[in-house]
Design a protein around this ligand. Structure first.
Ligand SMILES: C[S@@+](CC[C@H](N)C(=O)[O-])C[C@H]1O[C@@H](n2cnc3c(N)ncnc32)[C@H](O)[C@@H]1O
Length: 201
């Protein structure tokens, strides 16, 4: 996918596209030193990472102000969502070099993102309307983390690969929740889980 294909797919402004191009250029520059994403995905960055993250934007509930992204790595999906227009994004990433990268991209793009260079277990983030996490952990770990960070009535957005149903089965006796499934538009085996009304059983 080219930047122009991304722009027509998501209908972003020229200004937003320019910010994403700056982000992509930083990723290409920093990746050899700190291994932000696997080298094999760099050639298809716009599809594998930027579009894969951007597709989450349309699933964010109306009125969302605060989004907390767990284990952000190179910023997927949280930093992309900040650039696309979520008003206040918190990126929790314990690797200090990745956290420095996130801070730099937020600075140069003006994205409304605050970086928390700590472990999720000790992160001090404001109550979240939405918690997101991609490629971080199974639901059995994600749900307790998210539950402790969400406002009442908040929503989880978790892009998942082919393990989504097994992970849901593994937590069904521990959590009450409403689950919606959205097929990924970038990963044929992928599903984005939107989880609301989360409460321990
Ligand atoms: C596999 S990467 C995924 C990164 C990104 N979300 C993505 O989809 O490309 C997982 C990231 O989570 C971070 N991480 C793992 N456990 C963490 C924890 N307990 N607290 C904070 N960050 C964590 C790692 O440093 C790593 O950057």
């Amino acid at each position: 996918m080219s930047p122009q294909q991304f722009q027509s797919r998501f209908g972003v402004s020229r200004e937003t596209l320019t910010k994403l191009e700056v982000y992509a250029a930083h990723l290409q520059k920093w990746n050899p030193a700190i291994n932000l994403v696997s080298k094999s995905t760099l050639d298809d960055l716009w599809s594998r990472h930027l579009a894969d993250s951007a597709q989450v934007f349309s699933l964010i509930p109306d009125g969302t102000k605060v989004l907390v992204d767990l284990g952000s790595g190179a910023g997927f999906p949280g930093l992309v969502l900040a650039i696309l227009g979520v008003p206040e994004v918190h990126l929790v990433e314990s690797d200090v070099r990745k956290a420095a990268f996130l801070r730099e991209v937020a600075r140069v793009t003006g994205a409304p993102a605050t970086v928390h260079p700590v472990r999720i277990e000790v992160a001090d983030t404001p109550p979240a309307d939405v918690v997101s996490a991609r490629a971080l952990a199974e639901l059995a770990l994600l749900l307790p983390w998210a539950h402790g960070m969400l406002k009442p009535g908040g929503t989880c957005l978790f892009p998942k690969g082919r393990t989504a149903e097994d992970e849901l089965t593994a937590v069904k006796d521990s959590w009450n929740m409403r689950v919606e499934r959205f097929p990924s538009q970038t990963d044929p085996a992928g599903t984005i889980l939107r989880i609301s009304d989360l409460a321990p059983r």
